[in-house]
Design a protein around this ligand. Structure first.
Ligand code: SF4
Length: 258
């Protein structure tokens, strides 16, 4: 199959949590644009650290690329890409446009940092599957691991996730990236997770190249045990589909977090 040179879509890729996932990058800057600069980020250093929502890519451009897709089996069309997807002010408009044109379910991977904003919540309720995240039990560890904008408060994010859980009708997953710096807080994070009661917990460690080492499988398995009363999956154990991408190598580099 001839590989396509897409600008905003990439894949489909085989995802441990989404099956065959076609990625959409609604930010698409030269470097990463995010509200965080996580120490484990597989996209490198954050180029623009911001919480300002803007239109980066017109929804019509995304639809134009989707129209060029050959017939290919996709489980989810997933908003992720090179940064925090909820920074795209037209996220809701994009989801609505895709739903009018495609039958696949829509997933969003978010770091949860803007979930306290009414418009962001509204946009996310349009998706079928939302993956929020926390990597810490406190402001101190949040700052150490996620290196957020200075104004960001861990408690505000927790409250926003809890609030979103009560209004969202789709599937809600909570993802947690475990590394050396937060592994000792697994029980405390599990306690918070039990209060949120997500439909799924995704226990992760960075297996793709980044600035920190992943935890070994045995260690992540022990951590998974802290979440045993919940529906938990782990990056080491999840099955993966055999998926052939139709976008070329350069656009695949955007896959980042999927
Ligand atoms: S891991 Fe996600 S939230 Fe963290 S800096 Fe990278 S893109 Fe942003």
């Amino acid at each position: 199959m001839v590989k396509k040179n897409f600008k905003y879509i990439y894949g489909p890729v085989s995802s441990w949590r989404l099956g065959s996932s076609l990625g959409i990058d609604p930010i698409s800057g030269k470097g990463k644009i995010c509200t965080f600069d996580c120490i484990y980020c597989q996209l490198g250093k954050t180029a623009i650290l911001t919480n300002e929502r803007k239109i980066f890519v017109p929804a019509t451009e995304i639809i134009k690329e989707l129209d060029l897709l050959p017939t290919v089996k996709i489980d989810y069309i997933t908003f992720s890409g090179r940064g925090e997807p909820t920074l795209a002010k037209n996220l809701g408009q994009m989801i609505k446009a895709i739903k009018q044109n495609r039958k696949e379910k829509i997933a969003i991977l978010t770091n949860s940092s803007l979930l306290d904003k009414y418009e962001v919540k509204e946009d996310l309720t349009l998706a079928d599957f939302v993956m929020v995240k926390i990597d810490a039990p406190s402001q101190k560890i949040f700052e150490k691991v996620n290196r957020p904008l200075v104004t960001m408060k861990f408690d505000t994010i927790l409250r926003a996730i809890d609030n979103f859980k009560h209004i969202f009708k789709g599937k809600l997953a909570l993802q947690i990236m475990f590394i050396e710096e937060n592994k000792e807080y697994a029980s405390a994070i599990a306690q918070i997770t039990k209060e949120i009661k997500p439909d799924e917990v995704q226990v992760n460690t960075p297996l793709r190249p980044c600035a920190v080492k992943p935890l070994p499988e045995e260690e992540l398995n022990d951590i998974k045990g802290c979440f045993s009363s919940l529906n938990v999956i782990s990056v080491y154990e999840a099955s993966r589909k055999d998926v052939k991408p139709i976008s070329n190598k350069n656009t695949l580099a955007r896959r980042g977090k999927i």
